[in-house]
Write a new protein. Sequence first.
Length: 379
Amino acid sequence: MTEKVKPPSLLIEKARIFARDHVVPQAEVWELDRAMAEMTLRKAVAAGFGGLLVAEKFKGSGASFSDTARVLETIAAGDLGFAFSLVVHNNLAASLSKDDAQRALHLERMLSGEKIGAFCLTEPDVGTDAAAISTRARRDGNGWVLNGAKAWVTNAARADIFCVYAQTDDAGGAAGIASFLVPRGTPGLTIESAYTLLGAHAMGTSGIVLKDVHVSEDMLFLPPGRGFKGAMAGIDLARVLLSAMCCGILGDALDKALGYAAGRQAFGQSTLAFQGLQWQLAEVATNLEAAKLLTYRAAALLDEGLSGTIAAAHAKKFSTRAAMGGVAACMQAMGAEGLRTKRPLSRHLAAAKVAEYLDGTTEVQNIVIARSLVREYSR
Ligand SMILES: Cc1cc2nc3c(=O)[nH]c(=O)nc-3n(C[C@H](O)[C@H](O)[C@H](O)COP(=O)(O)OP(=O)(O)OC[C@H]3O[C@@H](n4cnc5c(N)ncnc54)[C@H](O)[C@@H]3O)c2cc1C
């Protein structure tokens, strides 16, 4: 009996077509050229994928979290780095859309693809312990002056608007953190050369330096007291989306391995006829199924307005691991051919490793999960 499959929503089908026509054909080039996927990113935004989480009344897609996860799973199957670039832009567009003044100033151009956003929290000396950032913001007349350095800024290579988190209080701490919008070209803002990494170069990741950068009061986005909370506000969703993206690359790797093995002959038969290889891929399929279920469940909890913190941590941890091990297993099933860059598997493997750091490392997910276990047993 064949399983009944629910037809994908129009948005997900549109994402599949966009990935097929614009992401898949370019992905190897972005990686080999170590180039940010700027034009395709602007095209994706203009096609309606830049305001997935922006309400329809503000001209966004108003998509549910579940549909957003499926859209990103679909696009990541083409290139995870590209999908993450899009997520960073989407997150900023969604937060700006909730603020009347910022919405009026920036949203239209962020939804048209004219302005690409970047999120700048991490610093050269501060990653996981984000409340310890040292970039400083000081009041200056009717504006602010920013000094410091940010590291690992996705989209930095081509972004037009940088959302910079900075400490306003000499005493430090989360309560003093505020966020500021700094347009590209602002005097004192330097964008460093894009990092050369294991993979995911489509993200155009680099450091930025802020030296006496003056911004007017209307560029203060989240004031002290709200900045750090704002940075952490979407973290559960961000983890669900990364989990979905890992499902995307794992599904594509499995598909490619099955297709290749079906046509590859050894010892007088297709390599897919060997039970050893079938079982290797069956393990991948089971992990993919589990990763999808964890992801969709966490997304559904968020859609219902319930806490998705633990579910998102489980999903992100499981899916990144499943992708790391599973993509490697799929490469193995393809023999040496799996290593070639014209096949997407080496790109997916590098992306899976990168995903282990994004939006909280695997260790951070364990902190979240362990805290909930300990809390339950210390009552
Ligand atoms: C390609 C890429 C793009 C990125 N894009 C962005 C971006 O757009 N904006 C942004 O702000 N950041 C971005 N990041 C940064 C990312 O969020 C950080 O890498 C991440 O938060 C981890 O920080 P870190 O790399 O400095 O590791 P560190 O904080 O230095 O940690 C080092 C190791 O120690 C572990 N560790 C730390 N604390 C604990 C603890 N309490 N218990 C157990 N283990 C612990 C970590 O898990 C890790 O394994 C990006 C990173 C990458 C790789």
